[in-house]
Design a protein around this ligand. Structure first.
Ligand SMILES: C[S@@+](CC[C@H](N)C(=O)[O-])C[C@H]1O[C@@H](n2cnc3c(N)ncnc32)[C@H](O)[C@@H]1O
Length: 336
């Protein structure tokens, strides 16, 4: 047998006297002024919130690597900006410190400060060049981003080949070519996908500010990590040959590309007219005005129906919108 609960009394309607019962007013309280706040003791007399660290012992100070002072940082920022257009952002002291430590070590300098002193003296022009080069970012890979190469293979190159069929000449410039993987990827793709080019005059130029990168590009020798990162096994065995633990691009591709030092922010030397310019992943290092100047110079060496490609994550929006944007699959190309 289940016990039944007594029925609940009906809830009072919202307007019933129970719901709107007036609250009795509080008895008036006499106003008592707050006691005066005791003034704070003067700053010097207050105990510190965080006790300052004791000064480092001479031994510890010697063990701490040299730091970049604000004056050193400005010196390097100015030099790099003037020579390469590269903007080192505020608070990138770590970049200056880590990159320039390598230069200091190479020069047998015990302390980074000695490098800044020498730089200030200005007696060694090679040092300034080394510093600028050390602050370039040379990240690259074979078939980087993949989609631009699909666009080149599926649309850009077939169109250019049709347009140049009577002259059978094609000129391509890999501007900011770093260690050369971009140019060699393009060549492999062209030799595999467009066998008719074997009887064309093909000129491929690769340029970079960094002498070290140009040297690497000419040497065309890559670690197994660099190779495996971007290339399929079939391509590797077709176009590269093992050299010790590394791999070298075969002579038949190497002889098709000319690598040279060239600074994009300096006036361009006399140049041919190019059908395709790859200016990928370099504009990001410059300010807007420098980007505009470079694009203007690129336009002057690009054929009227030529094609410009910039990095997959870069855009000309707000930089130079006079270029015609042409979407090709998932890649963007630009026409003058
Ligand atoms: C991040 S890499 C890009 C390499 C390649 N284009 C790619 O997309 O994989 C940028 C390259 O631009 C070069 N560079 C930077 N400033 C330059 C300048 N003012 N003139 C020419 N090359 C420059 C650097 O030395 C570096 O090798």
């Amino acid at each position: 047998m289940t016990a039944s609960l007594p029925p609940k009394p009906p809830a009072p309607p919202p307007s019933s006297p129970a719901a709107a019962r007036p609250v009795a007013p509080l008895p008036p309280r006499p106003f008592a002024p707050a006691p005066p706040i005791a003034p704070l003791p003067p700053l010097a007399a207050r105990p510190p919130v965080i006790a300052p660290l004791p000064p480092p012992s001479p031994a510890a100070a010697a063990a701490v690597p040299a730091l970049v002072s604000p004056a050193d940082f400005e010196l390097v920022r100015k030099l790099v900006r003037e020579r390469s257009g590269i903007v080192i952002e505020p608070r990138q002291e770590y970049l200056v410190e880590t990159r320039l430590k390598t230069v200091a070590r190479r020069r047998n300098l015990e302390k980074l400060g000695q490098l800044f002193d020498q730089l200030r003296l200005g007696s060694d022009p090679k040092l300034a060049t080394e510093v600028v080069e050390a602050l370039t970012t040379n990240e690259t890979s074979f078939f980087r981003d993949f989609e631009p190469f699909e666009a080149l293979k599926g649309c850009v190159l077939p169109e250019l080949l049709r347009a140049r069929a009577s002259k059978r000449t094609l000129r391509i410039w890999s501007a900011a070519s770093s260690s050369g993987q971009e140019a060699y990827s393009l060549l492999m793709m062209m030799r595999d996908g467009f066998p008719q080019l074997a009887v064309w005059k093909l000129e491929l130029l690769g340029t970079d500010l960094s002498a070290e990168m140009v040297r690497r590009a000419k040497a065309a020798t890559y670690t197994s990590f660099e190779v495996r990162r971007g290339m399929a096994d079939a391509q590797t065995s077709k176009w590269l040959e093992p050299v010790g633990d590394d791999f070298r691009v075969k002579e038949e591709l190497r002889k098709l590309v000319d690598f040279r030092e060239m600074n994009l922010v300096a006036p361009f030397p006399p140049m041919a007219t190019y059908d395709l310019v790859l200016l990928r992943n370099v504009l990001i290092y410059f300010d807007v005005e420098t980007k505009r100047q470079i694009l203007k110079k690129i336009r002057s060496v690009l054929a009227p129906d030529g094609v410009l490609m910039i990095g997959a994550s870069e855009s000309l929006l707000g930089v130079d919108e006079s270029w015609k944007t042409v979407r090709v699959g998932r890649a963007t190309t630009y026409k003058p």
